[in-house]
Design a protein around this ligand. Structure first.
Ligand code: SF4
Length: 236
């Protein structure tokens, strides 16, 4: 059967977070996630139960996205962001599709760190990995074995860790411990380990606490530019 990926949204915007913040990009937001975060800001991709505090217990309709759509998009856009939900639910399909297209379009996966990297030899592919601590509502989502597989890509400048901060003091300790356990390359910390405030609005006190945490530890702060520009609007 022909490969297809269920998309919740496909839109053109600027990348609002992480290492490519401000870059124009096509976003492909898939349906479905294997985790259940209580602060998920895209609950319409999976949360029919009302688990996320930002959801209404409703999921959006999906549309099928096929290889021919992908080929057309890759010809047109220089940066394609694979996000969700959890895009690596479809890692086998992405692997086939990306492997079949030429050109210099960059593919950035935004993933929760419970799936091993793919296309490790393909320099066009970047990963922003956002591990989830138990307070997210997922007691076993920190997969050290899998996160270690991203460390060679960190060394190559192709993988980044990004932590969503909801409780600064608690999260800071957790991140420090994880950095040790992963043996995250020290020289890469100021460039490739992000802390980013949680929420669908940017609470000034949390933004400040997150910046302070970044400065204390020599980590990188990520803002959420799309929220500043458009607020919490879908398709932006
Ligand atoms: S891993 Fe990401 S998409 Fe999945 S529930 Fe958590 S925040 Fe939402």
């Amino acid at each position: 059967m022909e490969d297809r990926i269920p998309l919740s949204e496909r839109f053109y915007s600027i990348q609002g977070e992480g290492p490519l913040m401000g870059t124009p990009a096509l976003f492909l937001r898939v349906m479905g996630c294997n985790l259940r975060c209580v602060w998920c800001d895209t609950p319409y991709t999976w949360d029919r139960w009302g688990i996320s505090r930002y959801g209404k217990g409703e999921v959006s309709r999906s549309t099928d996205y096929r290889f021919q759509d992908f080929v057309r998009d890759v010809r047109r856009y220089r940066l394609v962001v694979l996000t969700g939900g959890e895009p690596m639910l479809y890692s086998g399909v992405w692997e086939r599709w990306i492997g079949e297209v030429d050109g210099d379009t960059v593919f950035q996966f935004e993933t929760n760190g419970t799936f091993a990297p793919i296309l490790e030899e393909d320099g066009r592919v970047l990963f922003v990995v956002s591990p989830k601590f138990p307070e997210s509502g997922n007691p076993d989502a920190i997969r050290i074995d899998i996160l270690r597989r991203y460390m060679p890509l960190v060394e190559e400048g192709r993988a980044f860790l990004k932590f969503v901060i909801s409780s600064p003091r608690r999260d800071e300790e957790r991140i420090r411990e994880l950095v040790e356990r992963l043996n995250f390359p020290r020289s890469r910390l100021p460039f490739q380990l992000f802390v980013m405030p949680e929420g669908t609005s940017l609470k000034p006190s949390l933004v400040r606490a997150t910046v302070d945490m970044a400065l204390r530890n020599g980590w990188r702060y990520s803002d959420r530019l799309h929220l500043r520009v458009w607020g919490n609007r879908r398709g932006r």
